[in-house]
Design a protein around this ligand. Structure first.
Ligand code: PGA
Length: 256
């Protein structure tokens, strides 16, 4: 089944409001032509979401969707520092990244937390991008598929197949994030195919609809080859999404 490729830029903790607006204005015209064939999103920090949303409200910007980088699972309450899925929807977010390895590594994110966040997002009408991926140590110990399966099972537990179909998964080997080391196309395809197989086990034919992005040092010169793999349905891009020219090249790599 042909799945529309999906490329999302994860700005992480970068860009003020003014810088975000500037980046959106530079990016929008560069990807305007690709927007009907590739789904494109950017995930600015919370503080720049509104500025980015305003900058996207132009005829070319309309091709780019807004995403958040994380959320809490409750709709509201006494959770200092947190932002709810409903608040993200209100800010114009179509998507939200959950379970990013930096959250797992530095902020104690668990599979259970990822599951609750994904379910809460779906309830609020925001589409989750669920990140999974092994560390270098886990890869070297031959545990990649075990770790990734555990993370996928954890995130999907209790979800109906119709909800699973709405998810995007992002396979991001931790050793490839921000390191300049990209997984080879064969390494990426192997894990993506294993994830697809597991999805089929868990949710039947919905597996064919789930986009599985690759993430980890995606650059203009490796994006097209990675996304040409049968089970690589797009990219989650960190560093290179902060440069309009690089990100637009990566988006175009999805067209080949
Ligand atoms: P990177 O980050 O492209 O800078 O490696 C990817 C990510 O963390 O999503």
């Amino acid at each position: 089944m042909a799945r529309r490729k999906f490329v999302c830029g994860n700005w992480k903790m970068h860009r003020t409001r003014a810088e975000g607006r500037e980046l959106v204005r530079a990016l929008a015209p560069l990807v305007a032509d690709a927007g009907d064939r590739v789904q494109i999103a950017i995930a600015p920090p919370f503080t720049a979401l509104e500025a980015a949303a305003q900058a996207l409200a132009s005829p070319t910007g309309a091709r780019i969707e807004l995403a958040a980088q994380d959320c809490h699972w409750e709709p509201q309450g006494a959770f200092t520092g947190e932002v709810s899925p409903a608040m993200l929807a209100d800010a114009g977010c179509v998507h939200c990244v959950v379970g990013h390895s930096e959250r797992r590594q530095f902020f104690g994110e668990t599979d259970e937390g990822v599951r609750k966040k994904a379910a809460a997002l779906l309830k609020a009408g925001v589409l989750p991008i669920v990140c999974v991926g092994e560390t270098l140590q886990e890869r070297e110990a031959g545990r990649t598929l075990d770790v990734v399966s555990r993370q996928v099972r954890g995130a999907l537990q209790g979800l109906a197949a119709a909800d699973v179909a709405l998810l995007t998964l992002a396979y991001e080997p931790v050793w490839a994030i921000g390191t300049g080391k990209t997984a080879t196309t064969a390494q990426a395809q192997e894990v993506h195919a294993a994830i697809r197989k597991l999805l089929r086990e868990l949710a039947g034919d919905a597996a064919d609809r789930v986009r599985i992005q690759y993430g980890g040092s995606v650059k203009p010169d490796n994006a097209a080859e990675l996304m040409a793999q049968p089970d690589v349905d797009g990219a989650l891009v960190g560093g290179a999404s902060l440069k309009a020219a690089d990100f637009s090249q990566i988006v175009k790599g999805a067209l080949r």
